[in-house]
Ligand binder design. Structure first.
Ligand code: AMP
Ligand code: ZN
Length: 498
């Protein structure tokens, strides 16, 4: 007889941002889940903050799969339409970078998409089921705009198409996700600038007519132009998950306007509200401030892996950084610091060591000093409570303590419990949390390795100062051949591991 999937016996609760409450999770189709997460805008290297959001959703994806659901996980790549300042004015982020670097926009897209995949792979994130791009769905975007115009919720002005927020709000509720009141918003905004084509400043672009210098452009019934940033997510989620689907996620900073606009577009186009559970992951901060590309307050994953930053005392393995992030709940703000990461690293190695100890633990006739069944139940309860990974990790450390007492013969473990214990520990640590077992010795080697590279950087600088270019070039080229790339900058030479 086939074993019933776990979701039949586990009651999962998800905090739904739209109701502000934890709700029992029930998918539209039993056993199946459609999940959409807003992906990156590929105009620069991902920073650690971005990674936190994608790791949060990787945890969620992993647990849903662990419960036995068949999950279709769609995460887009934003390769057009996302303008500077996240609004309707200014240059496209991708074309701006292309202009500055004198490259084709698609070269920028390719470079940073590869970086994104490479870094998330290092963090052991599972790739989504579908990863659609905005530029691959221009035709669908044009079609949905036509529908929204036909339904009376958008207007054409000077070759651009805008969503009519005020009109929409007469029959629907704009602001239901972010708790904003449109009447107040209209009353509190300054007059529209004379050159704006919008009826109200809250209206947002579905299609923008391209200025002559705008290189990323496509023909449409209204103008040669490009689609609005909010629209791509509506189009791609509808195409691959249907007009109504289970879970939509993204970083907290996307709640307004991006997700609010997605709800409005979905309702305006399809007449139904698109998403049942809205999930928002909280921010990673550095020195108490949000990590953000635009302010430059960032740490890159490469800096973490190499230890090459004045914010760090040493290098950290990707799985240790992942563990550090999972020690906070996905809805809490997490502040990054070297000390916090060092503390996580200690805990991480303790956990890994005890998993190895568990494998070789001597069993006994009965279990004394710990109730394995209750412990298993509590691990599930932690994750069923809105994916509470810090509580789960606390439970795992209770297990570590027990494993050590069995080892020291202060407690005993029965053969049957040993099997369940081992299985549950492995499932939660590796399948659900997605950690990778590396041992302290290999991590210690990578610390020493970065010290060695620093030494070679100093020797190369010395060689250059002495005009011994043969030696300095040899150091650079041979390191590169080993996958260690030196980068000369204003503040000296740094390195990345390719
Ligand atoms: P972007 O490429 O800017 O569109 O961002 C990609 C994702 O990273 C979005 O879901 C953002 O909400 C998220 N994000 C940006 N900054 C941070 C941060 N400091 N901490 C966590 N997530 C972030
Ligand atoms: Zn989106």
């Amino acid at each position: 007889m086939a074993v019933a999937p776990l979701y039949k016996t586990q009651e999962l609760k998800i905090y739904n941002s739209i109701s502000g409450q934890k709700e029992v999770f029930t998918p539209i189709t039993e056993g199946n889940i459609g999940m959409y997460v807003c992906g990156p805008t590929v105009y620069s290297n991902v920073h650690l903050g971005n990674c936190r959001t994608f790791i949060s959703f990787d945890l969620i994806y992993r647990y849903l799969k662990h419960l036995g659901y068949k999950v279709r996980y769609v995460r887009n790549i934003t390769d057009a339409g996302h303008l500077e300042n996240d609004g309707d004015q200014g240059e496209d982020k991708v074309s701006k970078k292309a202009r500055l670097e004198q490259l084709e926009p698609m070269e920028i897209v390719q470079r940073y998409t590869l970086d994104f995949h490479n870094i998330l792979g290092k963090f052991n994130n599972i790739p989504p089921s579908i990863e659609p791009t905005a530029t691959g769905h221009i035709v669908e975007q044009i079609e949905i705009i036509k529908t929204i115009i036909d339904n009376g919720f958008a207007y054409v002005a000077n070759g651009s198409v805008y969503f009519d927020v005020k009109k929409f709000n007469e029959t629907n509720h704009y602001g239901k996700l972010s708790g904003r009141n449109i009447e107040d918003m209209i009353a509190n905004t300054r007059e529209l600038t004379a050159q704006s084509d919008k009826k109200n400043p809250q209206d947002f672009a579905l299609w923008k007519k391209a200025e002559p210098e705008h290189i990323m452009r496509w023909p449409s019934p209204w103008s040669d132009g490009f689609p609005g940033w909010h629209l791509e997510c509506t189009v791609m989620s509808t195409k691959y998950l249907g007009e109504q689907f289970d879970i939509h996620g993204g970083g907290m900073d996307l709640k307004f306007p991006h997700h609010e606009c997605e709800i409005a577009q979905g309702e305006a186009a399809c007449g139904v509200t698109p998403v049942n559970y809205w999930m928002h992951a909280n921010m990673l901060t550095l020195d108490g401030k949000k990590m953000s590309k635009s302010t430059g307050n960032i740490l890159s994953p490469a800096e973490i892996f190499s230890g090459d930053s004045d914010k760090l005392n040493k290098a950290f393995a990707p799985t240790v950084a992942r563990f550090f992030m999972l020690q906070a709940h996905y809805r809490s703000i997490l502040d990054f610091s070297n000390d916090a990461l060092e503390a996580s690293e200690k805990g991480f190695f303790r956990l890994m060591e005890s998993i190895e100890t568990l494998d070789n633990l001597k069993t006994n006739v009965s279990t004394e000093g710990f109730d394995v069944q209750i412990w298993v139940k509590e691990c599930y309860e932690a994750m069923n409570d809105d994916f509470n990974s810090p509580i789960l990790i606390a439970k795992l450390f209770e297990a570590v303590k027990f494993i050590n007492s069995v080892k020291e013969e202060k407690a005993t473990l029965s053969k049957a419990d040993h099997k369940l214990f081992q299985q549950t520990m492995n499932q939660f640590v590796f399948d659900v949390l997605g950690l990778v077992n590396i041992n302290e010795a290999s991590s210690d080697i990578s610390d020493k390795l970065s010290g060695t590279v620093e030494l070679l950087i100093d020797l190369r600088a010395e060689a250059r100062a002495n005009k011994n270019f043969a030696t300095s070039d040899k150091i650079r080229d041979e390191l590169l051949a080993m996958g260690i790339q030196l980068k000369d900058g204003r503040e000296g030479t740094s390195f990345t591991l390719n």
